[in-house]
Design a protein. Structure first.
Length: 371
């Protein structure tokens, strides 16, 4: 395979340097947590190779939450490696994948690197970024994909699939004998009714999730996938063993101990995310130069600039003059007049408001220059 670095990673804030960004609205996670804030006890941990499927207690905790067997859960190095394993295990250059677009870049780039046919399944701002189920049905019929790739809550738009949508998806997978990857990395950050984990609906569906986004723990690199089909799970385990054998037992233990405190931690995180979303909503309502859809979940939204401007200059000004960084549309295979705002990473709401005001300021300056 010939790998190419993706724009979202080349231009990632941690690559640019956190100390160079004053108002960081480019992140897609909740605030990064400190190791000592989560009441961890790691002193007696034996630094051995771990169980290849992943820490059994961690798998059991997740399995109980989702209503599956612990052996249906495979712990991975973040959701990113799970996505890579699923794509490489299921796709060959002869296959076709239908992928919700825009999307988190890896969900598009890895199939491209494999060399299979990548068919975009567009979700549009005009449709409130909802998946068009009739279009999905039609595309499955004419393209006969080996894999359908969906994301809910969606990155970069924050839209969610309903239980009804997922039911249709499961039926399509059974009827056309294809697989479905449902990237549920933002699952615990749903702000509307949360459907059952997609993988519980069919043996042909693989769900992926992670500690990174909701719990602000991208640095421990712990994610997981859930798959009830034994033969597929065997493939995925083989992929994991060839790449890294097992996870870091330290990372797994941190994830376990944090998830054991989920009932205490999650309500506070959700309350904070809602407050921050309220700030973004109030701001968006006063922006005549932006079209937008409010998110159903997650910590990002994806407005569109409805003015014809030089977008390179917009991002340059925003960063150079106002120290404000957002995710440009190109990170998600979209035009750069769309951009992603990540609103829950900066802990301080005054900074959030200032970052948003800086966006308005640059847009107004550019509109006045045109006028
Ligand atoms: C939809 C989606 N899937 C997967 C990932 C990767 O997350 P992780 O840090 O768990 O590897 C991201 C990160 O931005 C994401 O947005």
């Amino acid at each position: 395979m010939q790998y190419h670095r993706m724009a979202i990673e080349r231009e990632a804030p941690e690559q640019l340097g956190y100390n160079r960004i004053k108002y960081n609205l480019s992140e897609s996670s909740y605030t990064d947590q400190l190791l000592d804030t989560t009441n961890l006890n790691l002193h007696k941990l034996v630094l051995c190779y771990g169980d290849h499927l992943g820490n059994p207690q961690l798998r059991q905790l997740l399995a109980t939450d989702y209503g599956v067997d612990a052996n249906d859960v495979l712990i991975t190095a973040g959701a990113a490696s799970a996505l890579f394993m699923v794509a490489t295990a299921l796709l060959t250059p002869k296959d076709t994948i239908l992928v919700m677009t825009p999307n988190y870049a890896t969900n598009i780039e890895t199939p491209r690197t494999i060399g299979c046919k990548v068919v975009n399944l567009p979700v549009k701002i005009e449709d409130n970024f909802r998946l068009n189920i009739d279009l999905l049905r039609y595309f499955v019929e004419i393209h006969r994909p080996k894999l359908i790739s969906l994301t809910t809550p969606h990155n970069p738009t924050g839209s969610m699939l309903s239980a009804g949508d997922l039911y249709v998806v499961a039926q399509l997978a059974e009827k056309y004998k294809c697989y479905v990857l449902v990237d549920e990395t933002y699952r615990d950050l749903a702000l509307i009714t949360l459907p059952a984990l997609a993988a519980t609906l069919s043996n042909r569906i693989i769900s992926v999730s992670s500690m990174s986004k909701t719990y602000g723990l991208p640095g421990i690199r712990i994610g997981w996938l859930v798959c009830k089909e034994k033969s597929v799970m065997e493939q995925l385990l083989a992929a994991k063993e060839q790449m890294f054998i097992c996870n870091s037992v330290v990372d797994e233990e941190i994830a376990l101990q944090v998830l054991q405190q989920k009932n205490n931690l999650l309500p506070n995180i959700i309350a904070d995310v809602k407050t921050k979303l309220g700030i973004v909503t109030n701001w968006l309502k006063t922006q005549p130069l932006l079209d937008y859809v409010l998110p159903d979940g997650g910590v990002v939204c994806f407005p569109r600039i409805n003015l014809s401007i030089n977008t390179k200059y917009f991002y340059k000004q925003l960063f150079a003059k106002y120290g404000t960084y957002v995710g440009r549309g190109g990170w998600f295979d979209m035009p750069d007049n769309y951009f992603r705002i990540g609103y829950a990473w900066m802990p301080n709401n005054t900074d959030l408001q200032q970052g948003l005001n800086n966006i308005s300021q640059v847009l107004e300056e550019m509109a006045n220059d045109k006028g």
